[in-house]
Ligand binder design. Structure first.
Ligand code: HEM
Length: 378
């Protein structure tokens, strides 16, 4: 959403929208005032069976001091080195997927590369069978492809799709709990084993947290890098002079990816709740309010980014908020950046020109909080 006001109350929905960069920056830097535990204010009927499925126990929704301990434990398993070691495998999978697309004689970027690549990589890293991909997709679709209408003022009805989503949580939790239990008995060289064995001050991750973190990684692997790759290719098509530039100067690929994240921010919004009243953007927000922090809007705030509608990979620095900021800063950012860099370089190597198919339209993900292509025929 665009608004001239950095902070705005939507009385119909009972939600505060934050659109400005300095305001978003401040919120993400102050977890004591702006809590990630949205279950503090979202009435339970909107989140059926939240307890049963321990939705509230995800790292993204946990506040300090518990958050810090959990984050240290999972980071000790999901390290930069673990991610960096994936480079050759990411390149090999990218080539395999593009070979298969060539043999089929078409390239639809999302189905042929941007979707399967991150799923295969994260499944292999965790140590769950890549062959179960169809299952992961089914779960991820049930969880993400719902229309994300959020309102605190309208009574929530039990919708079919919410029930489907809850079934998916249950199935996904059971599946990962089985795999985790297996690793406790028979450790292997995979991330799931590292998670069950992670230790901090003599304490291990509770079994439920291993499952939750694995779910988060598997889901994150499904949507985020997919959006990043699709969006970046879309930008190269829309700004051909930038495509020429990056072809001539491959060292600019990482900066191109950062600008793509600013320009088309995959997670367009994240939520927070106020633990106390706060002054922000000229408004007074009372305690216990729900805030939607529009990262996509903040990333185009002219107070921070001159000529925000210009796609300019030369921005330096480029302090976009696409991966969040502060204590919840995206743990998968190194992996997303690595996958983006490798896949983009291989696409530029294998094709003289990346261009959308003028006869076959691009389709976008309809969910307002997500910015990404669902279909990108090249
Ligand atoms: C957190 C975006 C890829 C795992 C976040 C947050 C954002 C984000 C905005 C902060 C949420 C908040 O503060 O409420 C993205 C984008 C990605 C991406 C745009 C790709 C372009 C990934 C990948 C993984 C991942 C590939 C893992 C495989 C996580 C985790 C957190 C997180 C575990 C929670 C960290 C915490 O709460 O301490 N991500 N993400 N992300 N992301 Fe990502």
């Amino acid at each position: 959403p665009r608004s001239d006001r950095p902070v705005e109350y939507d009385a119909a929905a009972g939600i505060w929208g934050v659109h400005g960069y300095p305001e978003a920056h401040e919120i993400l830097g102050d977890p004591e005032t702006f809590s990630s535990d949205t279950f503090r204010v979202i009435p339970k009927p909107l989140m059926p069976d939240a307890e049963e499925f321990s939705l509230a126990g995800f790292i993204t929704q946990i506040d300090p001091p518990e958050h810090g301990k959990l984050r240290k434990l999972v980071s000790s398993a999901f390290t930069r080195k673990v991610v960096a070691d994936l480079e050759p495998r990411i390149a090999a999978v990218t080539h395999e997927l593009l070979d298969a697309a060539r043999d089929r004689g078409r390239l639809e970027l999302v189905a042929d590369l941007a979707y399967p690549l991150p799923v295969i990589v994260i499944a292999e890293l965790l140590g769950v069978p890549g062959g179960d991909r169809a299952l992961f997709k089914q779960w991820a679709d049930a969880l993400f492809q719902r229309d994300a209408k959020i309102s605190l003022t309208e009574p929530a009805e039990q919708r079919e799709e919410d029930i489907d989503a809850m079934k998916s949580w249950r199935d996904m939790s059971a599946y990962l709990a089985d795999h985790a239990a297996e690793r406790r008995r028979n450790p292997r060289a995979d991330l799931l084993t590292r998670l069950v064995e992670a230790e901090l001050d003599g304490e291990r991750l509770p079994a439920g947290q291993v499952v939750n973190f694995a779910i988060l990684l598997l889901l994150a692997g499904h949507v985020t890098t997919t959006m990043l790759l699709g969006n970046t290719v879309l930008c190269l098509d829309a700004f051909p002079e930038q495509q020429d530039r990056v072809r001539a100067h491959r060292a600019a690929v990482p900066a191109l990816i950062e600008e793509s994240l600013r320009y088309l921010t995959p997670f367009a919004a994240i939520s927070r709740t106020t633990t106390r009243a706060a002054e922000l953007g000229g408004e007074t927000i009372p305690a216990d309010q729900l805030l939607m922090v529009w990262l996509g809007a903040a990333n185009r705030d002219p107070r921070q980014f001159p000529e925000p509608a210009l796609f300019d990979p030369g921005r330096d620095p480029n302090p976009h908020l696409a991966f969040g900021r502060g204590i919840h800063f995206c743990l998968g950012a190194p992996l997303a950046r690595l996958e983006g860099r490798i896949a983009l370089n291989i696409l530029l190597d294998r094709f003289d020109r990346l261009r959308t198919d003028p006869d076959d339209p691009v389709a976008f993900i309809p969910t307002p909080t997500m910015t990404g292509v669902r279909r990108l025929p090249l």
